[in-house]
Design a protein around this ligand. Structure first.
Ligand code: SIN
Ligand code: MN
Length: 204
C-alpha cells in the first residue's frame, strides 16, 4: 500500500470538485442496496467510466449504465486519468471510477474489491472533503487491521498484495474540511476491470 498524504494541492482538489459536480448532474448519486437483504448502504454512490460498479439485491457487478437513468456513465475526467498515470506509472487506463459520497453518519463495512477480471491492476483511491477514519486489514477477514485518517487531497494506492486486502471506512470526522460547502466526504476509487491488452512483441 502506498499512501500519498496531501498529494493534491488545493487548486487540484477544487478542480476535481468542479468535474464531480458535472458528473453528479448527469449521473445522480443514488442509495445502493446490499445483495440479498436489500438493506440500503449509508454511502451514496455514482460512477464514471465505461464500467460502473453496482450493488443491489442481485449482487455486485459492473454495468455500462446508471441503474436509475439507464444512461451510459459519464467519461472519467481527464484530470482523474492524469492522476492514475502519474501515481501508477501504467500506460493503460482505468475503466471504473466509483464515486462514494459520505454524509456525517456514513460508513462502509470491511470488504475486498474482487469483482474485477484485472485482479492484479492497482486500485487508486482519491479522498476529498471531510477526513475519514479508514481501516485496512489483510488478506483474511480475521487478519489484524489498523486504522488511519484519509484527509482531503490524500491518495492511496492499493498495489501488490494490498490490492486484495480487506478495507472499510469506520467513520467520517465532520467539519474537518471546507472543500465542500455542504460538508461530507467524496472518495473516488479507480479500477481496471478487464485485462489490459499486452503490447504485441515487436508491434508499434
Ligand atoms: C471503497 O472501498 O469503496 C471506498 C473506500 C473509501 O471511501 O475510502
Ligand atoms: Mn473497496
Amino acid at each position: 500500500m502506498r499512501l500519498l498524504p496531501g498529494f493534491l494541492s488545493s487548486e487540484r482538489q477544487h478542480a476535481l470538485v468542479v468535474e464531480l459536480r458535472a458528473i453528479v448532474a448527469s449521473a445522480p448519486l443514488y442509495s445502493p442496496a446490499m445483495p440479498r437483504t436489500g438493506s440500503p448502504y449509508s454511502v451514496r454512490m455514482t460512477n464514471c467510466g465505461s464500467h460502473g460498479w453496482l450493488s443491489d439485491r442481485a449482487g455486485y457487478r459492473y454495468s455500462p449504465t446508471h441503474p436509475l437513468t439507464g444512461a451510459p456513465w459519464p467519461a472519467i475526467p481527464r484530470p482523474v486519468l492524469d492522476l492514475w498515470h502519474e501515481t501508477t506509472g501504467l500506460a493503460y487506463e482505468p475503466q471504473a471510477c466509483l464515486v462514494n459520497w459520505y454524509g456525517p453518519e456514513a460508513r462502509l463495512g470491511l470488504h475486498r474489491d474482487q469483482d474485477e477480471e484485472a485482479r492484479e491492476a492497482p486500485i487508486l483511491s482519491i479522498s476529498l472533503g471531510d477526513t475519514a477514519l479508514f481501516r485496512l486489514g489483510g488478506p483474511e477477514r480475521r487478519s489484524p487491521t489498523r486504522s488511519f485518517r484519509l484527509a482531503s487531497g490524500d491518495l492511496m494506492l492499493l498495489d501488490g498484495p494490498s490490492r486484495h486486502w480487506f478495507h472499510g471506512v469506520d467513520r467520517i470526522l465532520p467539519g474537518t474540511s471546507r472543500l465542500l460547502p455542504e460538508g461530507g466526504r467524496i472518495n473516488l476509487t479507480l479500477r481496471r476491470v478487464t485485462l489490459p491488452q499486452l503490447p504485441m512483441p515487436g508491434g508499434r
